[in-house]
Design a protein around this ligand. Structure first.
Ligand SMILES: Nc1nc2c(c(=O)[nH]1)N[C@H]1C(S)=C(S)[C@@H](COP(=O)(O)O)O[C@H]1N2
Ligand SMILES: [Mo]
Length: 252
């Protein structure tokens, strides 16, 4: 069977079984194709599996919408304020010259990048929407280096399935699967609207995942870990968010 018709069959099967004989069959199908999200055991269990599996099959390569400059929001909405802890303030006072992004796990050459090193790679800018699950959103131009470029530099091993990302704020960490990690719009972001990325929006470094909701776009990232298994991170849900009731996969 061609890849396309196989995908279509799985998708149709998932959609049909969701309504009819319930989630169990959808879950079995998803498992067979390696599409069980790490938080499937949570409150939403089967529903999360169905959303993630169906999205991955149908929209694996789709792009988030990009906007013209005229659409950039006049007053972007910083959800939070810059971290107030001493470690962050010290780095900020030094112009973030000592900020590092460590990359480890299932990679051939673990490395630690300074901002200057990240900025030495070809940059990409995109005007995309950041949507919070609480209902507000804004459009901004984001500049950075595609995550795929950073992963190329360290050489991901073939077993890699997820990239886990950590913030200087210990409560904020998350992960994406390789489809999103290698997606051309997923960026290690250091600029916004033509200037530096403001601390309120995650400066000096933030992961932008425009195909997922705001909370997946973790600010102040300091470390990436490539892995084939999310069970040893936190409570094993692939993110801190499912512990608070939010889905690991927040595709839009
Ligand atoms: N480190 C960190 N990352 C974070 C958050 C946070 O509080 N700390 N908030 C998240 C949430 S819930 C949203 S909606 C967006 C808000 O992005 P903004 O501050 O650029 O508006 O950042 C996400 N990333
Ligand atoms: Mo949010």
């Amino acid at each position: 069977m061609s890849n396309f018709s196989r995908r279509k069959l799985i998708a149709t099967g998932l959609a049909a079984t969701a309504g009819a004989s319930g989630m169990a069959v959808a879950h079995r199908l998803a498992r067979r194709y390696g599409l069980i999200p790490p938080d499937h055991g949570g409150i939403y269990g089967a529903g999360e599996t169905l959303t993630y599996a169906a999205q991955r099959i149908l929209t694996r390569h789709s792009l988030a919408r990009e906007f013209p400059p005229s659409q950039i929001s006049k007053t972007p909405f910083p959800n939070g304020e810059a971290p107030k802890d001493e470690a962050f303030k010290r780095l900020q006072a030094g112009g973030f010259a000592d900020w590092r992004l460590a990359v480890d796990g299932m990679v051939a050459r673990p490395a630690s990048f300074s901002l200057a090193e990240l900025k030495s790679y070809a940059s990409r800018s995109q005007i995309t929407h950041l949507a919070c699950e609480e209902g507000w959103s804004f459009i901004a131009e984001w500049t950075g280096v595609p995550l795929s470029r950073v992963l190329d530099a360290v050489g991901i091993l073939p077993q890699a399935r997820y990239v886990v990302y950590f913030s200087i704020q210990p409560d904020w960490w998350d992960s994406v699967d390789m489809a999103d990690a290698l997606h051309p719009q997923t960026m290690v972001t250091y600029g916004m609207n033509g200037g530096e990325l403001p601390a309120g929006h995650g400066g000096p470094l933030r992961l932008r995942v425009p195909r997922q909701l705001g909370y997946k776009n973790v600010k102040y990232i300091t470390r990436l870990t490539v892995t084939d298994n999310l069970s040893r991170f936190g409570k094993g849900f692939g993110s801190a968010s499912p512990e608070a009731g939010y889905a690991w996969y927040a595709g839009i």
